[in-house]
Design a protein around this ligand. Structure first.
Ligand code: NAD
Length: 261
């Protein structure tokens, strides 16, 4: 259990990729702070299950990451329970699929706040402790959409390109402090986020569900397979190892060949 004694905070970890990160890190002995929305009983069941994986502690923060003051409270809660955060995974994100001329302004603001600005706040608050410890890992779940665009996703693509730029910048700022900062950029991963955008894509492109699955989602992925949350989490775990300390400022694709085209 190579993460015993370390603490990991994963934003947006009540479902999908975030929950897979939490499980992978907990299995290696890290204390975990999970965050996100959802049914209170289901979240409490997940929190307890995380503790059972290694005997380390797991905390839940219901902070709404579009609200900077709630992010500050979450970081304080983590610091008072565990001293600070050694591993920060900026993972929370949302999507809205619509052409730019009718794209709702409030959806633009939400996506920029959650997918981009929240990572600025968590990172600025986590870095001082990491610098003091001389060790830290910051990982963002970016996306193939941090490297290439798709129509009808203007806010998401803008936020993800910017998130990748932000990670590179912080990687340079912390390069001498034992801290690495990287993005993992998956293609389509089968999670509620993908499931939920099928109806909007059907509407935006006038397609059936089948057509969206085959001609939109998997059309981008030469492997014709969804990435799994567990594959993404296994790579994050590798980035936490000492063997990975030379990997910083990278934006690593896990997209079945999508961005090779
Ligand atoms: P998901 O919808 O399963 O999970 C999103 C998480 O964010 C949930 O825990 C949710 O409760 C939380 N969340 C939503 N709004 C929040 C808010 N205001 N404050 C705090 N938490 C909030 O999605 P996922 O597919 O697991 O996506 C996780 C990340 O991976 C996102 O950043 C997404 O852009 C990225 N990503 C996903 C895919 C994919 O195909 N699923 C591909 C590439 C990148």
């Amino acid at each position: 259990m190579f993460l015993k004694g370390k603490t990991a905070l994963i934003t947006g970890s009540t479902s999908g990729i975030g929950l897979a990160y939490a499980k992978a890190l907990a299995r290696e002995g890290a204390n975990i702070v999970i965050n996100g929305f959802g049914d209170a009983d289901a979240i409490e069941t997940e929190r307890k299950a995380l503790q059972e994986l290694s005997g380390a502690k797991a905390l839940y923060s219901g902070a709404d990451l579009t609200k900077p003051e709630q992010i500050e409270d979450m970081m304080k809660q983590a610091a008072s329970a565990f001293g600070g955060i050694d591993i920060l995974i900026n993972n929370a994100g949302t999507q809205h699929v619509e052409a730019v001329e009718t794209f709702p302004v409030e959806k633009w603001d939400l996506i920029i706040a959650l997918n981009l600005t929240a990572a600025f706040h968590t990172t600025r608050l986590a870095v001082p402790y990491m610098k003091k410890q001389g060790w830290g890992r910051i990982i963002a779940t970016a996306s193939a959409h941090s490297q290439v665009a798709s129509p009808n996703k203007s806010a998401y693509v803008s936020a993800k390109f910017a998130l990748a730029g932000f990670a590179k910048t912080v990687a340079l700022e912390t390069a001498r402090d034992g801290i690495t900062v990287n993005c993992i950029s998956p293609g389509y991963v089968w999670t509620p986020l993908v499931e939920n955008q099928i109806p909007d894509t059907m509407k935006a492109r006038g397609m059936t569900r089948e057509e969206v699955m085959n001609d939109v989602l998997l059309s981008a992925q030469p492997t014709k397979e969804f990435v799994t949350p567990e594959q993404v989490a296994a790579f994050a775990l590798y980035l936490c190892r000492d063997e990975a300390k030379a990997i910083t400022g990278a934006n690593i694709s896990m997209d079945g060949g999508w961005t090779a085209q």
